[in-house]
Ligand binder design. Structure first.
Ligand code: NDP
Length: 283
């Protein structure tokens, strides 16, 4: 039976360190780091994510500014708000909850956020910096996964790593970060052929595709480390990942659960990035 990689435990440890560092920042600078989170429309999932981010900020001492707009807001109005936040010294990090309504270009919105306040690390300037290994911020989910692997002493160097899913927010940066740690990475996607051959040859498998219980035990090399990013509802309405946990946990040496694995690390890394942004801006 695989050892559980607990995002809850690692996240709580990191948050306790963050509380101390933020208290120290407050002593030195006379104010808390500030994070602005913009949410547009009434998507219930987005609202839950934003509420959780707000609670997490309060938990560690970050000032959280929640800005809510109805579905009808124009792109121009949103861009002007971002300009205002870029210029506001109380705000160190800006995050726009995605997806946005169709009338608003996500690309324009992401590019309008000052790269210094881009705590999601989605701005092309930050993405470019990650590619060449000269970055301040790392995207929250892949960076949180590296923290998990480090905490549990998983060696990445020299290992075969399969990343399934090539989104800009998870798969691609995950492949870059594993490469930076000297993993030998195969980045897989929906057009990948003989996926099972690749996963069976992998020591570390990260699955981020959004397909309930996609990775099955017959695809996993005995002893592999399996990281499940997916968040899905199965036919019974239960929250499940992209990995068939019950059977893969019989084959893997370590595995993340859903919930309680990658999810808490994503938010905690956002808090870490906000403090880092505040420190950089305060220099
Ligand atoms: P996207 O929908 O942006 O991308 C999905 C990727 O999976 C694409 O690259 C797609 O390939 C690939 N894919 C789809 N089907 C298959 C298949 N059958 N075989 C191989 N590859 C496939 O996903 P995200 O990266 O945004 O999210 C992935 C999952 O992770 C979702 O469930 C999401 O909710 C979750 N998530 C969880 C987070 C957390 O904190 N726990 C944070 C972010 C996301 P192609 O490019 O060819 O279309």
């Amino acid at each position: 039976m695989a050892e559980l990689i607990s995002g809850k435990i690692v996240s709580e440890k990191l948050r306790s360190e963050l509380r101390d560092e933020i208290a120290e920042f407050k002593l030195q600078c006379g104010r808390c780091p500030g994070l602005a989170v913009i949410v547009v429309g009434s998507d219930p999932a987005s609202k839950v994510y934003v509420r959780n981010k707000h609670k997490a900020c309060l938990d560690v001492g970050i000032e959280s500014y929640q800005i809510e707009y109805p579905d009808g807001i124009s792109e121009e109005e949103l861009l002007l708000k971002i300009d205002e936040l870029n210029a506001d010294t109380k705000i160190n990090g800006i995050l726009v909850q995605l997806p946005l309504p169709n009338n608003i270009s996500e690309k324009k919105v992401i590019e309008r956020i000052s790269p210094d306040k881009d705590v999601d690390a989605f701005h092309p300037a930050n993405v470019g910096r990650i590619t060449i290994g000269n970055y301040s911020f790392l995207p929250c989910t892949p960076s949180g996964i590296i923290s998990l692997l480090d905490y549990y002493g998983v060696q990445i160097s020299g290992k075969n790593c399969a990343v399934i899913g090539r989104s800009n927010i998870v798969g691609k940066p995950m492949a870059l970060l594993l490469t930076e740690r000297n993993g030998t990475v195969t980045l897989c996607h929906s057009k990948t052929q003989k996926l099972k051959e690749i996963t069976l040859n992998s020591d570390i498998i990260v699955v981020a595709i959004g397909k309930a219980e996609f990775l099955t035990a017959d695809m996993v090399k005995p002893g592999a480390v399996v990281i499940d990013v997916g968040i899905n509802r199965n036919d019974e309405g239960k929250l499940v990942g992209d990995v068939k946990f019950d059977e893969v946990s019989q084959v893997a040496s370590m595995i993340t659960p859903v919930p309680g694995g990658v999810g808490p690390m994503t938010i905690t890394t956002l808090l870490k990035n906000t403090l880092l942004a505040a420190k950089i801006q305060n220099k």
